[in-house]
Design a protein around this ligand. Sequence first.
Ligand code: TRP
Length: 332
Amino acid sequence: MLQKRKRILTGDRPTGNLHLGHYVGSLANRVKLQKEYDCYIIIADVQALTTHWDKDENLARNVYQITSDYLAAGLRPEDSIIFIQSMIPEIHELTMYFSMFTSVNVLRHNPTIKSEAAQHGFSDMTYGFLGYPVSQAADIAIFKADLVPVGEDQIPHIELARKIVRRFNSLYKPVLVEPDVLVGDVPRLIGLDGQAKMSKSLNNAIYLSDSIEDVNKKIWNAVTDPARIRKTDPGHPEICTVFEYHNVFNSNNTEEIETDCRKGQIGCVECKKKLAAKINELLEPMRERRQQYNQNDIRDILIEGTKTAHLAAKKTIQEVREAMAIDYFAKK
Ligand code: TRP
């Protein structure tokens, strides 16, 4: 018998252009996974509203931008169903059913919710923000995803999704699938300024949409070992951002660079040039792929993906309603 392919669901909030941190942390993996799995990629625009409800004028632009970044990175519309969260009403319906048996205290103690609330300076949380993990559980459950590849910060949400699905299945009927988390083994990419994380809000990112010149300029300004003034000064790669990037983007040559840096045989200028060339080598095929899609193509891809996702969601919600015995007009 032909074995059914496992289904993956993952996605992002459309809050800005995707950068190299997203690429090494998740996109590169998705590009690989799309060949083996049934892949659903959610553009979580409703979830973006939980923190950006007053900046909705950027939302449409960001939805198109993130899709363009996905395609540039190598997600193929033939293999990955890219769709928009707000356009699948069944997700919101399922969120509502899930919220009937999800406790407020469990949400309040969710470590990711706590740290995000602190980061955004929320003294009080909105109902939508506190409840977004419930909506995320619905994102996953409505598509009966088997696997959810995410970063570490998302683990509490996937754990909750598992619990909610288990609870639903035992309360009503076992129609939903308990998802497994698939955590990447890549460490988080540090920022150009040496800060712990590459991020748009810290203004320390290289974007997938950056030009050759942007990349060269950003690497040129990146922080290196402050003790090194002359090329002949021995360097300390272990505290150098540029070296850390060599580790990620130029892994075949790191040993040589490390030795030469420690001996003062390669200067920061040359080292940065080598790195910038490597990063541009990675981004070049993305630049070419991006060229292949105009605004209308992206729109068509989103329409098509959303249509396919909607069909799958409608099927599940029927089963959900039947399980909950609220399918009032179904012929028995
Ligand atoms: N919370 C995820 C993030 O901020 C985005 C997301 C929304 C998601 N729904 C999802 C991820 C479902 C995996 C599965 O990156």
